[in-house]
Design a protein around this ligand. Structure first.
Ligand code: GDP
Length: 308
């Protein structure tokens, strides 16, 4: 499974099925589905997502296809996987965009609130690209936090990636991004990964700054923006991640999500509703603090972990 502790959803599902006629209990199928609806909602799946899952279950019930508890579990899993696939590209694994040779560096801008795991994700991602034989340049655009710059430099050394840091007194994040893009183009670097600030509670206009960063990338490539704008969300914040993702997505534009700390939560149901409600694919997941703990998001594996 995904989490060390058993998923709350899997546990509650077992309880509901045990009490149903299919599990030897007394509840009929309708009562079981009503209980299941409650379980899904308390598992942070969101009302709209639960509605569409329940519609699938009721359709199967009507067609007399729910004759065992396995039928219910299978229908539930299929429904959740379908939602994730609808948003996640052909095979459900949403690959990161790559620029063709000769078109300049692939640019990945990484955004998200402080503490979500942005810098760690960048370190892991840089390592992954390096292992693929690509050259990587990191841009330290969190110009207001010296610690963030230092942390990125540490990851850069570990991953064998160059790091562009703010010049003394340089406060413009877009300026650092400009310098990194110029160096990336000049050195014919394969991938530029841009770290950004995630301070949400200051009066400095963060969203405006992020838009400027996106604009600077465009200056190096006929106006088209970064290849990826990845929003990093921490799985432990649960359904709050949906609200947060909507804000970032509306303000800056997001191409996909990275869900971190899936190793530490037993309540990952919200991931399905982020994908469903926002129409954004999950591209990567973080399952630990070390460099190897970055995975492609696999909807089938994810749902197995969720439903058990
Ligand atoms: P940032 O402020 O968004 O750049 O966040 P950091 O990259 O500094 O990460 C914040 C904390 O979360 C650090 O202690 C990381 O080691 C930890 N972290 C990041 N990703 C994961 C993950 O996938 N799993 C776990 N368990 N911890 C993570």
């Amino acid at each position: 499974g995904l989490a060390k502790s058993r998923e709350a959803l899997a546990r509650d599902l077992t309880r509901v099925l045990d009490s149903s006629a299919l599990g030897g209990g007394s509840k009929d199928l309708n009562a079981t589905l009503a209980q299941l609806e409650e379980v899904l909602i308390t598992s942070d799946l969101g009302v709209d997502t639960v509605d569409s899952v329940l519609a699938d279950l009721r359709a199967d019930a009507k067609a007399a296809r729910l004759t065992s508890r396995e039928d219910i579990t299978t229908c539930l899993k299929d429904s959740l996987v379908r939602i994730l696939l609808r948003r996640g590209g052909q095979d459900g694994v949403a690959d990161l965009a790559v620029r063709a040779k000769g078109e300049g560096p692939t640019v990945v801008v990484v955004i998200g609130a402080n503490g979500m795991g942005k810098t760690t994700t960048i370190g892991k991602l840089a390592t992954r690209y390096r292992r693929e034989g690509k050259t990587v340049l990191l841009a330290a655009c969190d110009t207001f936090r010296a610690a963030a710059v230092a942390q990125l430099q540490t990851w850069g050394e570990r991953a064998d990636a160059a790091v562009v840091v703010p010049k003394t007194g340089q406060k413009s994040a877009a300026g650092v991004c400009y310098d990194a893009m110029a160096q990336g183009v000049r050195d014919d670097v394969d991938v530029v990964i841009v770290d950004t600030s995630g301070r949400l509670h200051t009066n400095i206009n963060l969203m405006g700054e992020l838009k400027k960063i996106v604009g600077v990338v465009g200056k190096f490539r006929d106006g088209s923006g970064p290849d990826e704008v990845l929003l990093v969300v921490d799985a432990s914040i649960g359904r709050n991640a949906v609200t947060q993702a909507r804000t970032w997505s509306d303000e800056v534009g997001v191409s996909g999500l990275v869900v971190t700390k899936l190793d530490g939560t037993a309540r990952a149901g919200f991931v399905v509703s982020v994908v469903d409600e926002l129409g954004l694919p999950v591209k990567l997941i973080g399952v630990g603090e070390s460099v190897d703990d970055l995975r492609d998001f696999d909807p089938v594996l994810f749902v197995e972990g969720l439903v058990g």
